[in-house]
Write a protein that binds this ligand. Structure first.
Ligand code: XMP
Length: 517
């Protein structure tokens, strides 16, 4: 169904910016996907793109192993926009020159526009753009107009209207570049002539049509976790095939205050989904008895989750059987797993709270083409409440990995209370959307001396770990207002038995991780 849309293919030359470019294109309501630079021109054209963007990349066009652009790409009549390395590779492939000027430019750089053309129309004559380059285009290919320059780049932007080709040396996709989104949109709408038709309404109606076509009258199962992705995926499938869907929610007893209720009651009420709940808190707590090691906890929680889910699936399948399983896979997961770029296994989280690969189901992945912000837009479009759609990410093993030490019912009660206070105060201060996640951690194996009332106490510390991040790969500690932190601290020590000290984690990731375990 997506093939009805204009598709912008971002050719990834190994920059960390390729996903960002695709997201910015989608912000302009044009559908975009990423393809590796090793793809041949035939493979690229087989995807029938309406336009192509060549991303930046770490190479110099002079390096032996530099990824090349086949000049045939520019002969297909498809509009192409080159960014940074993509701009230089384009210049070189079309007969322009790229020189080692010896003058590198990194970060904020003043740009002056000599001739705005279509690409830079309506922009001021001078602006700041974000640069990261060593080589520079020294001569534009024949038929191209040079539009702008910087101190280190005599040709910082060019376009050839007749062939619908354009490029810039800077990074229009990063937030620090002024007028970046406008430049991208000028390419998409004024040079390539595309239509902005990738909207939440269309995403919903097309996903629904796709699901109906895939499923027919078969039965479908979905594991709800309480997180945004599985909730939106389930709501979409429910909208598409209604009673053929059964959702399973394994309550492992490690959720935060109000979350199990939100899934069990609120989600069902809003979506009308057929939900089966397995209340297995005691079983999980029993299995975790005496265990303090974080990886051991993850393994146990993962194992118990799969056992419970499989037993329920077998029971629900009955004689008719169930063919399909809904997964909340997002587009960045698809790009990263297809990209073949190895990442070190820092924590085993990717398979915890998830399902084993050998389950006998065909997968339905209705969010497979979406970025997180699009999933949220679709959730709102489906009528899911803000509290669910804007929920911070929460790890599969839940509060089990936010108690440093053994997990017990008493400790869970303390942490759940402290966490609820932090979340409530954050919401009252309207700071929820400014931060990525706010783990609250109980150092159950640490005691410190305090004084409360007239007496000496020997209680446990609570750690506040608010972070900002774009994707959880890196993160910074969030600079929340002192007054807010003070209020959270005072309420926690007043209202949580056993806690006499609240500390703030001011470490970024790296070197720390977001979670403490
Ligand atoms: P770290 O702590 O590695 O976390 O910086 C990065 C992101 O992953 C989440 N996380 C998990 N998610 N199961 C999950 O489903 C896990 O075991 C797990 N451990 C960490 C974490 O909350 C953050 O969003």
């Amino acid at each position: 169904m997506i093939s009805q849309h204009d598709l912008v293919l971002v050719v990834d030359f190994g920059a960390q910016y390729a996903q960002l470019i695709a997201r910015r294109v989608r912000d302009a309501h044009v559908y975009s996907e990423i393809i590796g630079s090793e793809a041949s021109v035939e493979e690229i054209l087989a995807r029938r793109p309406s336009a192509i963007i060549l991303s930046g990349g770490p190479s110099s066009v002079y390096a032996d192993d530099a990824p090349q652009v086949d000049p045939a790409l520019f002969e297909a009549g498809i509009p192409v926009f080159g960014i940074c390395y993509g701009f230089q590779a384009m210049a070189q492939a079309l007969g322009g020159s790229v020189a080692k000027t010896g003058q590198r430019e990194y970060g904020r750089t003043p740009l002056s526009i000599q001739n705005s053309g279509k690409l830079l129309a309506t922009l001021p004559n001078t602006l700041n753009v974000w640069m990261s380059h060593g080589d520079s285009v020294s001569r534009a290919p024949e038929g191209f107009h040079v539009l702008a320059r910087t101190a280190g780049a005599p040709v910082a932007a060019f376009e050839c209207r007749m062939r619908k080709l354009a490029g810039v040396q800077w990074h229009p996709e990063v937030a620090h570049t002024q007028w970046g989104q406008q430049v991208l949109e000028h390419f998409l709408f004024h040079i390539a002539g595309l239509a902005p038709d990738w909207t939440p309404e269309n995403m919903v109606s097309e996903a629904i049509a796709d699901i109906r076509a895939q499923v027919g009258d078969s039965r479908v199962l979905c594991a709800l976790s309480g997180g945004v992705d599985s909730a939106v995926a389930a709501a979409l499938v429910q909208r598409a095939i209604g009673p053929q869907l059964t959702c399973v929610f394994v309550d492992h007893g490690l959720l935060r205050e109000g979350e199990a209720k939100q899934v069990k009651e609120d989600f069902v009420e809003i979506t009308g989904v057929d939900l089966v709940v397995a209340d297995e808190s005691e079983r999980f707590l029993g299995a975790l008895e005496g265990v303090s090691d974080p990886e051991e906890k993850r393994k146990i929680i993962g194992r118990e989750f799969i056992r419970t889910f499989e037993a329920m699936a077998a029971r629900l399948a009955g004689e008719r059987g169930i063919d399909f399983l809904v997964q909340g896979t997002l587009y960045p997961d698809v790009v990263e797993s297809g990209g073949g770029v190895g990442t070190a296994n820092i924590k085993s989280h990717h398979n915890v709270g998830g399902l084993p690969e050998d389950l006998q189901f065909t997968l339905i992945e209705p969010l497979r083409t979406m970025f997180k912000d699009e999933v949220r837009a679709v959730g709102l479009q489906l009528g899911l409440p803000d509290s669910l759609v804007w929920r911070h990410p929460f790890p599969g093993p839940g509060l089990g990995i936010r108690i440093i030490g053994e997990v017990t019912a008493e400790r869970l009660a303390v942490l759940r209370r402290a966490d609820a206070i932090a979340r409530r105060e954050l919401a009252n201060a309207r700071k929820e959307r400014e931060i990525w996640q706010f783990p609250v951690v109980l150092l159950a194996d640490v005691r410190s001396v305090g004084v409360q009332g007239d007496g000496r106490t020997y209680g446990h510390p609570i750690v506040l770990r608010p972070v900002t991040s774009d994707d959880a790969m890196t993160a910074d500690w969030a600079k929340l207002p002192w007054e807010l932190l003070e209020k959270i601290s005072t309420r926690i020590t007043n209202e949580c038995a056993e806690v006499n000290r609240v500390v703030l984690d001011i470490t970024s990731k790296p070197p720390a991780t977001i979670e403490w375990e």
